[in-house]
Design a protein around this ligand. Structure first.
Ligand code: ADP
Ligand code: MG
Length: 586
């Protein structure tokens, strides 16, 4: 039954047997959220713990599963009274719809609402007839918000707009509206709701090896549904800003007339899109709506109607009027979505967020905007070091991934870009001062353990070199030794612990030896770089005992430490610049 979970390409999604999937996940849902929901008696359905409520219209939603939070996660006070649960992407049967609805009828009738798919229409329709035969009145509101699916509104599919229509119906029923009024308001919500979606990649059904569909590399599918139905058209992959423009441009001409300028907004993740990516996209959506003279009203950014693990997102817009806004904002409590009673916790929230609260923090100077000749020898040496780690970025990432999180290549390149930009913009050719600026910028931009440590290495070296009248080999050796002490004090690593300290210690030792024989700076640096390189390679035989990699112990053996490797590469690249400069000065 339960075997090893895997989501590797080419291997089946085996977390759960497909035959029991629908039952098993609902077991977990009601176990976790039993305070709000319970199983429908003898049916594949979930009903609100408080249901049935005598005299209240029962809102019954549903469809195939694979769309969580739709549908079962939206059951509870202020939202749906019940959700009928079908197999993945498959309508539930009329029998299941009937049993679930009968369980929540409180004598005031049932409002059915679901997305416009043939299977759902048939089975819910049959169930409604059966209820009628037993004297239970019902109405049906079919959601048709997907503008990509058909020209005629009535022919369209229901996608993320489900959330809006169910919310409005649930709130109206909750405040005691009768069946005709609940149906009318839900119809009104559907008539004003429009959605457009895009996919970056397909989703895989339980037990399947291959995704239901795939999206070509470098492409996105526009106008895709929530079951892997083909998109309207493919387009070249685009960034979040362009994507937001496509979504807004598709929807604006489709919006119904009327309303008061407020527009409910849902930027919905389809299952495997990072929330951070959704927010990046949303910032542009928000700006575009304001530009269009619309006021985003209580925007929701997150997963509300998904498609298993599909990568992609959709935008839903609902031009509001007072009746809709009141219901959309009404409190609710469901497993997946909660709203507190009108601002009792927050006071009255501003409708418009002040510009100052939305502005991005100021950013450091971009490398591309700096003068490559500025900043003297320190900037030139750092530039060479940056080129070296840029060339090795992927390899450094791979080394870090052996036993840790794989981000060292990206981190050190980001940090060094900032370091070079800061050294060039420091307004001085004085080595110590330029290094100090570079180290501060590196630590700020790179973050992570290595950001702090490599940043400190530069700032401490810079601080020491600022104090000497002339930078000779002795001064350099003393500065490196002081920097190494600072790095050890901060990170706790000593030589042999398999970190960048191994390369640093070798470099410091070589500088000290060169100073003792009164070697010149260029020769000393070359020796230090070579010693660091050898030490870095030697870290392959060590077992990590400090840093993230330490947790895996012996698994890190056999490949060199990424931080030691990057430090050695940078010292090596800088050696060439330093020897050229020393030649020139001679
Ligand atoms: P993070 O560990 O935060 O993901 P990076 O992946 O950028 O940072 O850098 C990892 C490298 O940082 C390691 O290979 C090691 O050389 C160095 N490092 C991590 N922790 C320490 C430490 N406590 N002392 C010295 N170096 C360390
Ligand atoms: Mg890392």
């Amino acid at each position: 039954m339960t075997t090893i979970p895997t989501s590797r390409p080419g291997e089946p999604r085996t977390l759960c047997d497909p035959a029991t999937f629908k039952t098993r996940w609902v077991d977990g849902l009601v176990a976790a959220y039993g305070r709000t929901v319970r199983r429908a008696p003898d049916a594949h359905g979930v009903i609100a713990r408080h249901a049935p409520t005598a005299g209240k219209v029962a809102v019954v939603i549903g469809g195939g599963c694979g769309h969580y939070p739709a549908f079962a996660g939206l059951v509870g006070p202020g939202f749906a009274d019940a959700a009928v649960v079908g197999d993945v992407f498959t309508s539930p049967s009329a029998e299941q719809v009937y049993r679930t609805a009968a369980a929540v009828d409180g004598g005031a009738g049932v409002l059915f609402s679901y997305g416009n798919y043939a299977g759902d229409v048939m089975h819910f329709g049959l169930a409604a007839s059966r209820l009628a035969a037993e004297g239970i009145d019902s109405r049906t509101v079919i959601v048709t918000d997907d503008v990509a699916s058909a020209t005629r509104v009535a022919d369209r599919r229901g996608v993320a707009g489900d959330f809006v229509v169910f919310k409005v119906a649930g709130a109206a029923a909750d405040r005691g509206d009768d069946l005709a009024t609940v149906a009318e308001l839900a119809e009104h919500a559907n008539a004003r709701t429009r959605t457009f979606g895009v996919a970056f990649d397909g989703c895989t059904l339980p037990g399947q090896t291959e995704p239901l569909f795939t999206v070509d590399r470098g492409a996105v599918e526009l106008g895709l549904g929530i079951h892997g139905e083909p998109g309207m058209r493919s387009a070249e992959a685009m960034d979040a800003h362009e994507l937001a423009d496509v979504l807004v441009d598709q929807l604006l001409p489709e919006l119904p007339d009327g309303g008061d300028g407020r527009v409910a907004v849902i930027l919905n993740g389809l299952g495997s899109t990072a929330y951070e990516d959704l927010f990046v996209t949303y910032s542009r959506v928000h700006a575009r709506l304001l530009d269009a003279g619309l006021q985003p009203h209580r925007p929701e950014v997150g997963e509300l109607v998904t498609s298993m693990d599909m990568a992609g997102l959709s935008l839903t817009l609902v031009p509001l009027d007072d009746p809709l806004a009141e219901l959309y904002d009404a409190p609710c409590e469901t497993p997946a979505f909660r709203l507190s009673a009108g601002g009792t916790l927050l006071g009255s929230a501003p409708d418009t967020v002040p510009e100052a609260e939305r502005r991005s923090p100021s950013v450091a100077p971009d490398l591309a905007d700096t003068d490559p000749g500025a900043g003297g020898v320190a900037a030139a040496a750092l530039t060479a070091a940056l080129e070296a780690v840029t060339d090795a970025e992927d390899e450094l990432g791979r080394l870090d991934a052996v036993a840790a999180d794989g981000d060292h290549g990206q981190g050190i390149v980001r940090g060094m870009r900032a370091a070079v930009a800061a050294a060039r913009s420091s307004g001085t050719t004085e080595v110590g001062t330029a290094l100090l600026a570079a180290g501060t910028a590196l630590a700020d931009a790179a973050g992570g353990a290595s950001g702090a440590l490599f940043g400190l290495l530069l700032t401490e070296t810079g601080r020491r070199l600022r104090e000497v009248p002339e930078i000779d080999t002795g001064a350099l050796a003393a500065a490196f030794a002081a920097a190494q002490d600072a790095v050890t004090e901060l990170g706790g690593a000593r030589p042999g612990d398999k970190t960048m300290v191994d390369a640093l210690d070798a470099a410091t030792g070589a500088l000290r030896a060169a100073a003792d024989r009164s070697a010149g700076v260029a020769a000393a640096w070359r020796e230090a770089a070579d010693a660091a390189g050898e030490a870095a390679r030697g870290t392959a035989d060590l077992t990590p005992s400090v840093g993230r990699a330490a947790r895996l112990g012996d698994r890190g053996r056999g490949s060199p430490d990424p931080g030691a490797t990057s430090l050695a590469l940078m010292l090596d690249a800088a050696a060439t610049v330093i020897s050229e400069r020393c030649e020139e000065e001679r």
